[in-house]
Design a binder for this molecule. Sequence first.
Ligand code: ZN
Length: 270
Amino acid sequence: MRGTLPFRLAPLVAAAGLAGCATVSQINIVSQEQELQMGAQFAAELEKDLRFIKDPEVVGYIDNLGQSLARVSQRSDIPYTFHVVDTDEVNAFAVPGGYLYVNRGLIEAAESESELAGVLGHEIGHVVGRHSARQLSQQMGIAALASIALGENPGMVAQLGAQIAATGAITHYSREMESEADRYGVQELYDAGIDPDGLATFFDKLVEMRGGAGSGKLEQFFSTHPDPGARAAEVRAMIARLPATSLRGDSQRFHTIQAKVKAMPRPPGS
Ligand code: ZN
């Protein structure tokens, strides 16, 4: 296996070289199968470092909401797994292969189901765009990634898993990837019958909260998602182009779940 891999990857490397830097990110650097294998390894590693909320009602709600978006996404052919992380940080993140992590801080900070779904749709958008696999392959090189996918590099998986657990992000995505994830997210919400305006109002909220009380909980999000004000405007422009239809902005279920999460013991260190 180890011997044959560079040979199989060589045409990809050559294609990337010929096409030039600008289009490297458009190339599917690792196969879908490799991405799923790598994601499963990261997820297993993360589970050692993160504390999860296991309440079936809470997890079931997040899973339902997330699956309703994933189902209408442009990458509905892979399985999606949603976890609720017991931390105050207002954030959500994805690792390769459809593993999504929603922090309790995000569930508590969202004002409506539309806002929570907006952030979930954005993160699913990173999976649809295969952003983490693309970004990792640019940073680490294709050979290192492929050896992770093949299970040949457990030390590196552990190191990256710890980094993801600590920062809530596999890496910093480019501004272009963030916009692409916003676009996918807006379309997913719209197609699932949920008002995508929540993504814009959530960005507004981040701008308001910045520098104020509780802004410490937003550090992770700001470090990985710069310029929320400009992105709120972009999201509103995308929404304005969609045909008018009846969309759900909120649900009683969201508020029931949010109240349940708020009543749980605070996470350690908060
Ligand atoms: Zn993002």
